[in-house]
Design a protein around this ligand. Structure first.
Ligand code: IVH
Length: 577
């Protein structure tokens, strides 16, 4: 691979990883599996290793994924909350042990590790001052998390007071939703979560602790910052004595014992009342953990030994074509419903047409679905032996399922070019425009947007800012309380940072990180609208293909007209805050 291609590939991977981080940590709605996500990171790391000049400090390969949610007060972690490196087989465990043995200059067969369950939840830090629960926070981006003290206090198996002489004691562990609670919650019509982890994440992020309390979360502790502790197993005993629950654990010496613990947990996992996606092995001696140290994203002394993914089978009922906000058509498989670890799965994204064609999906095909850890199941293949003789292969549609316009295919996507008149596209775009990351209009969901479009109140995003002219009509449709909330929020959203305006334009490939880079570089909207491809490529983090998309977007006079119209309603406050 030449330098330029690597640069483009790295930029593409960074954008994708950031997008998936956002889906996972902010929206609690991952659209790809852990394995695919890990694979993207691996590809990025490999390319950055091969082309060190392209390895920038802001690369997601150096950053612990996750972001602090702005609705909560921020808390700075005294010790960063890192992630864990993954191993998927014994060879990878072997190299992990060998690296440690070499570093410590010890025999690899005598080093002790503490094996635990890898709970599929969300990590939390809880600080006790004088034995009283004082402040609790999420991991956030690893350095700054969200203050979730009130929500944590609703978790019944977390002691509010502990017996200790330690003045300030930090405990860390995993918040999770017991499977039973998840199943009951998902039986109701309102709460549909793809898995217990997402449900737990949603519950923990409630601004009203009473709602968190009703979701009956639980906690497993696995870390205590106390100088008196010498080993990890001692830490777990110490935590139990304080009144915390820990998972089953076992001190393992050498790879055979590690493998035995892993297999035992793997066999018994279905009997557990909580989801786990593997085991964790930590160097047992805490002073040796200090010697081994940490990489930027994860400690070198601990590793997650992940379980293989479960594979299920079901039949394809249909393939539907979703229209995205910029017109991109995405194939979605409608499935014969299948329950996977308590979750009823009826649809699975096929991501894009390359993927659909790679799988060669035909009518009535039996497909293999993979569920790894906590994610939305993915179609990984077709059982061709069960394929019906007279089946018909699903093909790329030629017309838009929403507006019937002829679709356009370019190297990257199939899309509907009827941007200003395609109903599905307009709904998606307006929903994106008002979403939290763009103009952040509260209370305006897809249902309300559809209502406004059908009643001719809104045709394009800027019309949102004219809605106050129709207050009486809206009140009749939605009632005065909701109308007031929406109109208030629209007023507030008019004061907006430049990067949010750029993001809201829905320029293909431009995500939140790129929008911030653009705002920082060009400082005001006029400069941005007049930017050249050369200027764009000079920005570290903007690749050639994104630069072309930006320039093409800005060369379209319709888009400039829209921006100018928007500027009549909004007030740019800042560049990136
Ligand atoms: S140790 C050093 N122990 O897995 C940072 N983490 O994929 C890791 N997790 O962020 C903390 N069970 O949220 C540790 N027994 C366990 C765990 C565990 C689940 C989570 C934790 C971490 C993530 C990494």
């Amino acid at each position: 691979m030449d330098f330029e291609t690597a640069r483009r590939e790295i930029n593409k991977l960074k954008e994708m990883i950031k997008k998936y981080d956002e889906e996972y940590y902010i929206n609690s709605m991952p659209s790809i599996s852990d394995a695919e996500y890990d694979n993207l990171r691996k590809q990025l790391l490999a390319l950055e290793k091969k082309f060190p000049e392209l390895d920038t400090v802001d690369s997601p390969s150096h950053i612990v994924s996750g972001h602090a949610n702005t609705a909560f007060k921020k808390v700075k972690h005294n010790i960063p909350m890192l992630s864990l490196d993954n191993a998927f087989n014994l060879d990878e465990i072997e190299s992990f042990i060998s690296r440690i043995a070499k570093h410590l200059n010890e025999d690899k067969d005598t080093i002790q590790f503490c094996g635990e369950h890898k709970i599929d939840g969300l990590s939390a830090s809880i600080i006790y001052v004088d034995g009283k629960l004082n402040i609790a926070s999420t991991r956030g981006d690893g350095v700054i998390g969200e203050d979730i003290t009130e929500n944590i206090k609703t978790i019944t198996n977390i002691p509010k007071k502990i017996q200790t002489d330690i003045k300030v004691l930090e405990i860390r562990g995993e918040v999770y939703m017991p499977i039973q609670v998840f199943n009951t919650l998902n039986e109701s019509e309102i709460h549909k979560f793809s898995n217990p982890r997402n449900a737990a994440s949603g519950a923990l992020r409630q601004l009203d602790p009473a709602i968190t309390a009703s979701r009956r979360l639980a906690f497993f502790a696995y870390y205590a910052d106390a100088d008196c502790l010498k080993t990890q197993d001692e830490t777990l005993k110490f935590l139990q004595d304080l009144g915390f629950e820990t998972t089953e654990y076992c001190v393992c010496t050498g790879i055979k014992e590690i493998d035995a613990f892993y297999n035992k947990v793997l066999c018994n996992r279905k009997a557990l009342q909580y989801d786990i996606d593997g085991t964790v092995f930590k160097l047992n001696d805490l002073s040796k953990q200090q010697i081994i140290g940490c990489a930027s994203r994860y400690p070198r002394h601990s590793i997650a030994f992940k379980f293989p993914e479960d594979i299920y089978r079901t039949k394809i009922v249909n393939v539907e074509y979703n229209v995205g906000r910029s017109g991109t058509i995405t194939p979605v498989a409608v499935l014969n419903p299948v329950t996977i670890l308590g979750v009823l799965i009826t649809k699975a994204t096929l991501h894009n047409f390359d993927e659909m064609q790679r799988l060669g999906i035909c009518t009535n095909d039996t497909v293999l679905i993979k569920r790894s850890g906590d994610v939305i199941p993915q179609i990984i293949g077709v059982d061709v032996q069960l394929r019906e003789k007279d089946c018909i292969k699903y093909s790329i549609p030629t017309t838009c399922p929403s507006c019937n316009a002829n679709l356009v295919t370019d190297s990257a996507r199939v899309y509907c070019p009827n941007h200003s008149n395609c109903r599905a596209q307009i709904i998606q775009y307006i929903a994106y425009f008002v979403s939290k990351q763009c103009f952040n209009v509260v209370g305006l969901g897809k249902a309300q947007i559809e209502l406004f479009i059908d009643n001719n109140l809104v045709k394009k995003p800027v019309d949102i800012f004219k809605l106050s002219n129709f207050a009486t009509d809206i009140r009749t449709m939605l009632g005065s309380r909701i109308t007031a909330k929406i109109l208030d929020s629209i007023e507030n959203s008019k004061n907006v940072a430049l990067y949010r305006l750029i993001l809201s334009l829905a320029i293909p490939q431009v995500g939140i990180t790129s929008a911030k880079l653009l705002a920082k570089r060009f400082q005001n909207i006029e400069n941005f609208c007049h930017c050249t491809k050369e200027q764009l490529i000079e920005i570290n983090g903007i690749g050639e293909s994104m630069a072309s998309d930006i320039v093409e977007f800005l060369q379209n006079t319709k888009n400039i007209k829209n921006i100018n119209e928007l500027l009549q309603y909004i007030h740019l406050t800042d560049t990136i805050s």
